[in-house]
Design a protein around this ligand. Structure first.
Ligand SMILES: [Mg+2]
Length: 178
């Protein structure tokens, strides 16, 4: 059985424990550079790109709000990751805020922060994808909740990347303006 992406125009991905794990083996990254690709991720992302499916990243990086790493450092790593994966520059949605942040400038209740739908809605707007054409792939309940709040389908990363090697890859439906 394969995962049917026939009607999916935009695939949005969580990052930590969805696309990447830590090099250190810690649950949370110890530094901005503490990441490595999880098995099979890069291959599938390249296949999605080749099939013409839009790809974006939506990630909470609240570590910034507690001073574990700097915005410039994590941004550089995520940009490098996106470049390698073939995700466009504009397809990177990052939330640095946290309601209990120790650093005041990042302390906020933010609709962008998952489980809020903000980042997913931004991606859908930028990629001109309707809710029914969008899939969010993540690993946590907050990811599933964010998808629900944005009205889009959710798939767990383990299912999307690991349960079955094959993905039904077809170009998204073309829109005839006639
Ligand atoms: Mg995650």
């Amino acid at each position: 059985m394969s995962i049917d992406l026939t009607n999916v125009k935009l695939c949005i991905f969580d990052v930590d424990s969805t696309l990447t794990s830590t090099k250190s083996g810690a649950t949370f990254r110890k530094s901005a550079q503490d990441w490595q690709w999880m098995p099979g991720r890069l291959e599938k992302l390249h296949a999605l790109k080749a099939a013409g499916i839009g790809m974006a990243i939506a990630t909470n990086q609240g570590g910034v709000a507690f001073g574990y790493f700097e915005v410039t450092d994590i941004l550089r790593e995520l940009q490098a990751m996106a470049r390698i994966a073939g995700i466009p520059k504009g397809g990177l949605y990052i939330c640095y805020t946290h309601p209990k942040a120790s650093i005041e400038q990042f302390r906020a209740v933010d609709n962008r922060r998952k489980p809020g739908p903000g980042m997913l809605l931004e991606a859908m707007r930028d990629f001109e994808a309707e809710a029914e054409e969008t899939l969010y792939v993540g690993d946590l309940p907050e990811d599933e909740e964010a998808a629900k709040n944005a009205g889009v389908a959710f798939m767990h990363a383990s299912k999307f990347f690991e349960e079955d090697g094959s993905v039904a890859l077809q170009s998204p439906p073309t829109r005839n303006s006639a």
